[in-house]
Design a protein around this ligand. Structure first.
Ligand SMILES: [Cu+2]
Length: 142
């Protein structure tokens, strides 16, 4: 083999290595809780703090749970002095950033609970990312 061919091979191998070491986001969830509501409430709200310990953005596009008829992401906005809720299609978390779902802001809208949730009860909710991966998170009612 001549030197030029070897150099070409080495360059090709380097390109393959670079393509394999892709940047990836790594979703973290802390302080996941559901606000307790009177028995019979058909609508509850869930809160959490999202983080990303990876080196690419994480995008959450959906949530679901066996414990509820429907789960969606909402944000609360104020229009003409009135607080309204709007659906959120996606929530992006940059590498190293934290995004809080908190009362008065973003929240998980939890519709039609299958059973009454008392303080201390735990519920699993799945967060689905844009790349299709899902993460099961345990929420505590309080
Ligand atoms: Cu809502």
């Amino acid at each position: 083999m001549n030197i030029a061919l070897l150099r070409g091979l080495a360059a090709a191998l380097l390109m393959i290595a670079a393509a394999t070491a892709q940047a990836a986001g790594r979703l973290t969830v802390e302080d996941a809780w559901i606000r307790a509501a009177p028995p019979g409430a058909m609508m509850l709200a869930g809160y959490m703090v999202l983080g990303n310990t990876g080196d690419a953005p994480v995008v959450v596009t959906a949530a679901d749970s066996d414990a509820f008829g429907d789960v969606s992401m909402h944000r609360t906005i104020e229009e003409n002095g009135v607080a309204r809720m709007r659906p959120l299609e996606r929530v992006a978390v940059a590498p190293g950033a934290r995004v809080a779902f908190a009362p008065g802001g973003m929240h998980l809208m939890l519709m039609q609970p299958k059973r009454a949730l008392r303080p201390g009860d735990k519920v699993a909710i799945r967060l689905v990312q844009a790349d299709g991966t899902a993460m099961q998170v345990e929420f505590t009612t309080r």
